[in-house]
Design a protein around this ligand. Sequence first.
Ligand SMILES: C[S@@+](CC[C@H](N)C(=O)[O-])C[C@H]1O[C@@H](n2cnc3c(N)ncnc32)[C@H](O)[C@@H]1O
Length: 306
Amino acid sequence: MAHLPVLAGPTIDYLVTNPEGVYIDCTAGGGGHLAMLLTKLTPGARVIALDKDQTVLEHTRERFERGRVDFVHADFRDLRAILDELGVDAVDGILIDLGVSSFQLDEPERGFSYHEDARLDMRMNREQATSAWHLVNEWPEEQLKKILWTYGEEKYAPAIARAIVQTRNKGEIHSTLELVEIIKSAVPARYRREKHPGRKTFQALRIAVNGELDALQAVLPQALAVLNKGGRLCVITFHSLEDRMVKLFFQEKSRSCICPPQQPVCTCRHQAELQIITRKPVVPGEEECEYNPRARSAKLRVASRL
Ligand SMILES: C[S@@+](CC[C@H](N)C(=O)[O-])C[C@H]1O[C@@H](n2cnc3c(N)ncnc32)[C@H](O)[C@@H]1O
């Protein structure tokens, strides 16, 4: 299934302030947002597209006219260094659309899907050494429980972590469907009948394998530093922890004084660097969620460089 870009219209409308400017899509994925972005820019604009997944990047590169976009296989956590390498000092818009693309979910051998049997992998960057196999077979029970709890918000985290460890004590856990069976054995029957019981565990493992929250934490200050005045940063999140991180970053950088509230006179000389454009996150309407269920948990936040 082709990847349907989430909140594409509002995102690109917010992102583009200068049709001749420099733009970076940090998460090219299937190129949905990228294609829409190009329709708003003049041929003189410069567009850079990153993805840490080489397979996805190559597939998407073929969709676009040669020379129109600079495709770079890179992790956006290295944003500043990537732009330095390309000789770009500053940009007018930065898009970060987090999570996994349909392209990755639809390739069974990547191990992202709990519907298809595959080796436990889930690495977006296949050059990375650590895969889901390592977490499932080698991480201590406590650590597994913690990620299922925090990244997956999985209420049966303790039982699932225990079942994983008990199973692997008898022999290695190889595949996605083996893991699904272990999860099913650890949760009540009622839970198995609601949504797919592997959903939250797979999400947690994917976030941990790919260091998704660390990458977001690392990129936000770099994004701010490379934005031109008036340039926009648009971030689409699918997880409450990610959204909170973006919200707090925007709040902190948009405050002109960070003195303690009880202090009568400002001494911090802190200056606001961002203006928040979306006081509340933009969320998809019912119609979008109906034709693209993946959009359901999406939240778009936008800020502008002062
Ligand atoms: C939700 S998809 C993006 C979809 C895209 N906006 C579209 O419209 O087709 C997220 C993409 O970001 C990539 N990605 C995730 N974390 C990344 C990171 N830290 N650096 C670079 N790419 C990343 C994933 O490999 C995936 O292809």
